[in-house]
Design a protein around this ligand. Structure first.
Ligand code: NDP
Ligand code: MG
Ligand code: MG
Length: 333
């Protein structure tokens, strides 16, 4: 069973006794910086020249300096910028400002797990990752609650790295909900696998294939859109609330029977064999290397895929149909 930690297991005064730099002020960065500050922690935000989020951070009462200045001032440095640029910012602004006893923190293990960032031996290296987007992390904190988080230590130079990570997690509300102990390897590999095989990749491909099958058989795209994409939210909400059981309790018996007999014909042993190959390529670093090559090579294929899918009948149909849905929060109309 997973090891869980709550408020009583964490000592807030540890992080209150440190100087924290939050590098980046995006989804996670704003939530961490504001909640650390509200928890009585000495925090500064490190942002690059020409940063779009600088004005917002300052408006919200935070002191903004360059990433290098923030890293030099602080003894806990939390890196909250996009994963593909972290190694470059680390080389340029953080590395030379690390002293023995400092702590380098992340919210995702990607760069450390795959060796793009190699922190020096005298530094604690840990991970505190809320299991939710930044705006939810911040809102829950403000409401006196918290989003569950995971924490891990990759390198324990001081012997106190995990207590420091728990203290940090407490300051952003994580231990109010519960913090699960993990490792950089487990967090990184399961995160990549989940988003590729199930959450993003698997789901997108399933929705597209179902939609195409109906449209190719002569059904109207609008009807196919409702059946294969729109209604997915209802199903996922039920799973989120009560697992597969609540979903199956809520749908008709006919839908439930179809679930049992047809699901395994769609996701077959061959699909699972391919999932295992995907996992192997994540574990051996192939995926990470290919993605970094693509990113730093100008995102050519990435942009091709993006354009292709934005022109797909599923997307153009959805764009029109969503105009009929006054309750759907979108900025397309
Ligand atoms: P964002 O994409 O929201 O980060 C954007 C921030 O990074 C902005 O402040 C941006 O500046 C800044 N930035 C961009 N380039 C640079 C640079 N060269 N130097 C300094 N700052 C720069 O990141 P997320 O919050 O999504 O992700 C941060 C980390 O958290 C990642 O490791 C991610 O995997 C992890 N994570 C994210 C979650 C999420 O919900 N998004 C959930 C859990 C973990 P500006 O725009 O002002 O120019
Ligand atoms: Mg991810
Ligand atoms: Mg139906």
């Amino acid at each position: 069973m997973a090891e869980l930690f709550y408020d009583d297991d964490a000592d807030l005064s540890i992080i209150q006794g440190r100087k924290v730099a939050v590098i980046g002020y995006g989804s996670q960065g704003h939530a961490h910086a504001l909640s650390l500050r509200d928890s009585g922690v000495d925090v500064r935000v490190g942002l690059h020249e020409g940063s779009k989020s600088k004005a917002k951070a300052e408006e919200q009462g935070l002191r903004v300096v360059t990433p290098a200045e923030a890293a030099a001032e602080a003894d806990v440095i939390m890196v909250l910028i996009p994963d593909p640029i972290q190694a470059q910012v680390y080389e340029e602004s953080i590395k030379d400002n690390l002293k023995d006893g400092d702590a380098l923190f992340f919210a995702h293990g990607f760069n450390v797990r795959f060796g793009f960032i190699k922190p020096p031996a005298g530094v604690d290296v840990a991970l505190v990752a809320p299991k939710g987007p930044g705006h939810l992390v911040r809102r829950q904190y403000e409401e006196g609650r918290g989003v569950p988080a995971i924490a891990a230590v990759e390198q324990d130079a001081t012997g106190n790295a995990f207590q420091l990570a728990l203290s940090y997690a407490k300051a952003i509300g994580g231990t109010r909900a519960g913090v699960i102990k993990t490792t950089f390897t487990e967090e990184t590999e399961t995160d990549l696998f989940g988003e590729q095989a199930v959450l993003c990749g698997g789901t997108s491909a399933l929705v597209k294939a179902g939609f195409e099958t109906l449209v190719e058989a002569g059904y109207q795209p609008e009807i196919a859109y409702f059946e294969c994409l729109h209604e997915l939210k209802l199903i996922v909400d039920l799973m989120y609330e009560g697992g597969l059981e609540k979903m199956r309790w809520s749908v008709s018996e006919t839908a439930e029977w179809g679930d049992y007999v047809t699901g395994p014909r769609i996701i077959t042993d061959a699909t699972k064999a391919e999932m295992k190959k995907v996992l192997t390529e994540i574990q051996d670093g192939t995926f990470a290397k290919n993605w970094m090559d693509e990113y730093h090579g100008g995102l050519k294929k990435y942009n091709e895929y993006k354009t292709q899918d934005s022109e797909h009948l599923l997307e153009t149909t959805g764009k029109e149909l969503r105009k009929l849905m006054s309750w759907v929060d979108n900025d397309e109309a």
